[in-house]
Design a protein around this ligand. Structure first.
Ligand SMILES: Nc1ncnc2c1ncn2[C@@H]1O[C@H](COP(=O)(O)OP(=O)(O)OP(=O)(O)O)[C@@H](O)[C@H]1O
Length: 211
C-alpha cells in the first residue's frame, strides 16, 4: 500500500494541538484556515522539523521525520514562511542560490517563464530584489520555492500581499504543481480563496475539522 506523502498522527503540542491528525497525498493540496494564533504557522514549522515534534507524530514518505536528516527533509519539503527572506542581490541571484546549494542547475529562461505566469513578465534577471514591491517580492519567493521542485510545498499565506488577479495566478500554478504530483499545504485567511480552492482544514485549538 502506498503511504501518504505527509501524515500527522496524533500530534500533541500543548496548548496548541491535542491529538491533531491529517494526511496529505501526492497530487493533493489542502488549505488550512482558522483564527489568528491557533498555531497554523507553528504547525508548518513542526512539519519541517524546525521545531522538533514528538517521535512518531509526523511522517514523510512513510518515515518518522525525527529520523530524517533535517537538511535532507527541507530539500524535499520547502516552506515559504509568512515573513520570507530575500537575499540582498538580484532577482536571478535570489532564484539561483538555493538551487546551487542543492546541486541543481539554474535556467533563467525557465525562471522567466514562471515569473511571467506569476504576473511578472517584465522582470529582469539583474533587477535588485529589494527594490521590488511587497507583492512582487512575495511572488518571487514563491517562484524560488517552485523552481526547487520540492515534493511538498508549505505556503504560509502566499497571497496575503496579492490582488485578486495575482492570487488567481498563484492558485493556477499551485493546481498545476499538484497535477504534476506535488503536494501542497497552504495557510489562507482569504474566504474567496478558500471557496475557490476547497479542501479546507479548519484549525481550532485542540483539533482539525473538515469544512
Ligand atoms: N514551538 C511552539 N510551541 C508552542 N507554542 C508556540 C510555539 N511556537 C509558537 N507558539 C505560540 O503559538 C501561538 C500561535 O502562533 P502562530 O503564528 O502559529 O499562529 P497562526 O495561527 O499562524 O496565527 P496567524 O493567523 O496570526 O498567522 C503563538 O502564541 C506562539 O507564541
Amino acid at each position: 500500500m502506498l503511504s501518504s506523502k505527509l501524515e500527522v498522527k496524533g500530534l500533541t503540542i500543548p496548548p496548541l494541538f491535542y491529538n491533531l491528525s491529517f494526511q496529505l497525498n501526492a497530487g493533493e493540496w489542502k488549505l488550512i484556515s482558522g483564527p489568528s494564533g491557533t498555531g497554523k504557522s507553528t504547525l508548518l514549522h513542526y512539519l519541517i522539523n524546525y521545531w522538533q515534534p514528538p517521535a512518531g507524530t509526523i511522517w514523510f514518505n512513510g518515515r518518522d521525520i525525527t529520523t530524517i536528516d533535517p537538511i535532507s527533509l527541507r530539500h524535499q519539503m520547502v516552506l515559504v514562511p509568512q515573513r520570507f527572506f530575500l537575499f540582498r542581490g538580484t532577482v536571478a541571484e535570489n532564484l539561483q542560490k538555493p538551487l546551487l546549494w542543492r546541486g541543481k542547475s539554474f535556467s533563467w529562461s525557465t525562471a522567466r517563464d514562471l515569473l511571467a505566469e506569476l504576473g511578472l513578465p517584465e522582470i529582469a534577471a539583474e533587477q535588485r530584489a529589494e527594490l521590488l514591491s511587497g507583492g512582487q517580492q512575495q511572488r518571487l519567493a514563491l517562484a524560488r520555492a517552485l523552481l526547487l521542485e520540492p515534493e511538498v510545498l508549505l505556503l504560509d499565506e502566499p497571497t496575503s500581499a496579492q490582488d485578486e488577479d495575482n492570487s488567481l495566478r498563484v492558485e493556477k500554478i499551485i493546481r498545476r504543481y499538484c497535477a504534476r504530483g506535488g503536494a501542497c499545504l497552504w495557510i489562507s485567511h482569504d474566504p474567496r480563496q478558500l471557496e475557490r480552492m476547497g479542501n479546507v482544514l479548519h484549525l481550532k485549538q485542540g483539533g482539525v475539522f473538515h469544512e
